[in-house]
Design a protein around this ligand. Sequence first.
Ligand SMILES: Nc1ncnc2c1ncn2[C@@H]1O[C@H](COP(=O)(O)OP(=O)(O)OP(=O)(O)O)[C@@H](O)[C@H]1O
Ligand SMILES: [Mg+2]
Length: 350
Amino acid sequence: MDKPQREPLVEVRNLKTQFFLDEGTVHAVDGADFTLYRGETLGVVGESGCGKSVTARSILRIVPRPGRITQGEILYHRRSRRNGGDVTEVIDLTTLDERGPEIRSIRGAEISMVFQEPMTSLSPVHTLGSQIMEAILLHQEVSNEEAKELSVEMLQRVGMPQPRRTVDRYPHELSGGMRQRGMIAMALSCQPSLLIADEPTTALDVTTEAQILQLMRGLQSDLGMAIMFITHNLGVIAQMTEHVIVMYLGKVVEEASVDNIFYNPKHPYTEALLRSIPRVGRKSRERLESIKGTVPDPYNIPPGCPYHPRCNYFMPGRCDVIEPPLFDVGTEHRTRCLLYGDPESLKTTE
Ligand SMILES: Nc1ncnc2c1ncn2[C@@H]1O[C@H](COP(=O)(O)OP(=O)(O)OP(=O)(O)O)[C@@H](O)[C@H]1O
Ligand SMILES: [Mg+2]
């Protein structure tokens, strides 16, 4: 059977997002390129500080000051029903006013986000139900009663115990797992085409984490949404995603199917990340290798390939001079490393 055609939902092209501080400029996202496809889950991995959350915030246009997008495009393929048919228009989200009506009609409705710590995004002074209702009323033409009914339904859907009662509870009256379910209910209340989940389960115990992950999988196939799943946990990546991007210092250094990431990694950084995680079946006494060195500070990104100071395959005079482009290394498999090609040869074929 032929694989169905993948349909782009959000194309991120050469995205740069920087923070302008007195100490200097933080190159948080430094030319990121990747595509989210309709209905698919994309895993995003990389060490702390590599720009995963800032990339997510850039898509939603909620980068906090003194940060801003300085370059690139975020092309959102918006599908709407018009004149009885499906129409798709392409909107470059980087060009929108971050407080304007257009992004506000997309944010929280068509693209929504679940954060790591729900207490930072739930208001402590409003009930969970009123917060979900607010999201619904903002984007859908329904009455207050209907919005409340929808909130209860959504809470039921995310497996909240006693949803009719929980809807009137305040966040501090709920456990961590219940708050996270509440956040997911709120994020999904308008049936987004993209859910961005930024470490959504790291604060939870293993059992609750497993339940929430299973829940997200189920909701994804019911609602047909795409998920951008950011996590440090490669086990979660294996369980949740079909495609993966590996980020290092604000760049995508490898992009592949989840199988290729695990069984056929190409970039030395991906290899190192894989060596640093526990594997099922590995003897517990075996020591895990940590990646040599630390992530350089993003004020001063090393020239050439930013990973070269830590790389086991460092080629002096090349890796510290030439910035590697993304080379094709297989079907839907690309990597940014000079082991896999010569940038000069790319120029002649263009
Ligand atoms: N509000 C801010 N002001 C200044 N610098 C920031 C701000 N937010 C993020 N940064 C910087 O941008 C870079 C990327 O941060 P980001 O939060 O995207 O990393 P991350 O990959 O999500 O890390 P983690 O895995 O720890 O969540 C870091 O160097 C960080 O210090
Ligand atoms: Mg983060």
